[in-house]
Design a protein around this ligand. Structure first.
Ligand SMILES: *Cc1c(COP(=O)(O)O)cnc(C)c1O
Length: 368
């Protein structure tokens, strides 16, 4: 790879393919695979990622919001797209763009059926979300009969799937809770499919669910973070390859004296003669103010340089006193070796947050 000359997020599509195949090998060949490409495919680029995954024959996509689904349809994605968190104001658009809504409450169920009937739909595919313990979105066990009664009164929609979401699939200390969620889901779906008289698909597992709960793979699994190379545990990470590398260059080096300060509000005071490097990336690029003051780092010529002072909008300063480096040298914030998980740990957050935070100002480059 030639050294970068500006801030870039490099996306390795071969790593994506590796992760997809690794996760797919964990599930039964008949089990469908849904790729979660919400939030710009976890901060990379949803169109590039979905187009590539479609070429690998992934079965389904999911996004959070309708606008994200429209972007994929505009780019020519033809596989089914589940919209996990649609708002009723967008229901006409959902139908016009062949998107498939998650229906999670009486309100959205009724609202969607009304729109589907007005648009003279027959058997429009919808996904019924059940709450089994996350307490975020979904019908409760008590509402099953009400939901099926409502569905039996219309021909406009047909249930493509029944699904739920695990609250702590990555945390094996919560195994009893998770097993209870799985059992609850089985009970609910058994009752529901008897009432509606047909068998929609069942799905429940996210990435860590795929890895930790093979008994809950059912008809489809939904993977996001794993496709992007993170498995929420050291053991799982060993088999996955982070697809994103965030790198930049040193814009300027300063040599300052003991007692001199660096950056806004003088948040860093040099305790020794110090060499600093300024890099062209800041909180407007997604490296938030929870970093800085020793949290976060860049890797320069193989050595870690901590962020010092406050993160600025377009710049961060690093302590490079002990590193042999010069202006123009490459600075890696995260890559396959020094992962986004380890970067985010310095600020007590998770890989999901840092990778989805990288804003659209950062140029994306795709490696194939
Ligand atoms: C985001 C999301 C996923 C993907 O989870 P990962 O942990 O990234 O694999 C799956 N299902 C639902 C409902 C989600 O919101």
């Amino acid at each position: 790879m030639p050294k970068t000359q500006e801030t870039v997020l490099e996306i390795d599509l071969n790593a994506l393919k590796h992760n997809y195949q690794h996760l797919k090998n964990k599930v039964h060949p008949e089990t469908k695979f849904l790729a979660v490409v919400k939030a710009f495919a976890y901060g990379s680029d949803s169109v590039e990622i979905a187009t590539y995954l479609e070429s690998l024959n992934v079965d389904y996509f999911a996004v959070a919001y309708v606008s994200e689904g429209i972007q994929l349809r505009d780019a020519g994605i033809t596989k089914p797209i589940l919209v996990l968190h649609p708002q009723s104001v967008n229901f006409e658009t959902i139908i016009e763009r062949c998107l498939e809504p998650s229906l999670y409450s009486q309100y959205v169920l009724n609202a969607f059926i009304e729109v589907a009937e007005a648009k003279k739909q027959q058997n429009y595919p919808v996904h019924i979300k059940f709450n089994t313990g996350l307490n975020r979105l979904g019908f409760s066990e008590k509402e099953v009969t009400q939901v099926s009664d409502r569905l039996l009164k219309t021909k406009s929609v047909k249930v493509a799937s029944m699904f739920s979401h695990i609250a702590a699939s990555e945390d094996l200390n919560e195994k009893a809770f998770t097993l209870n969620q799985i059992q609850t889901f089985k009970n609910i779906t058994q009752e529901f499919k008897e009432q509606i008289g047909y068998h929609p698909m069942m799905h429940m597992c996210n990435t860590s669910g795929i890895l930790n709960y093979p008994e809950a793979h059912f008809d489809m699994v939904r993977s996001g973070i794993g496709l992007y190379g993170y498995g929420n545990s050291e053991k799982a990470d060993a088999f996955l390859k982070p697809i994103a590398t965030l790198k930049t260059i040193i814009s300027q080096i300063h040599k300052i004296n003991t007692g001199d300060s660096v950056g806004y509000n003088r948040a860093f005071i040099a305790k020794r003669p110090t060499k600093t490097a300024t890099i062209p990336i800041g909180h407007a690029d997604g490296i938030g103010r929870q970093y800085g003051k020793g949290k976060g780092f860049g890797v320069i010529n193989g050595k870690k340089a901590p962020f010092i002072g406050n993160v600025c909008m377009d710049m961060i300063m690093l302590d490079v006193t002990d590193i042999n480096c010069q202006e123009g040298d490459e600075v890696v914030l995260f890559d396959k070796k020094t992962t986004a998980a380890s970067f985010s740990e310095t600020a007590n957050t998770i890989s999901y947050e840092i990778i989805t935070s990288i804003t659209q100002r950062v140029k994306r480059i795709f490696l194939k």
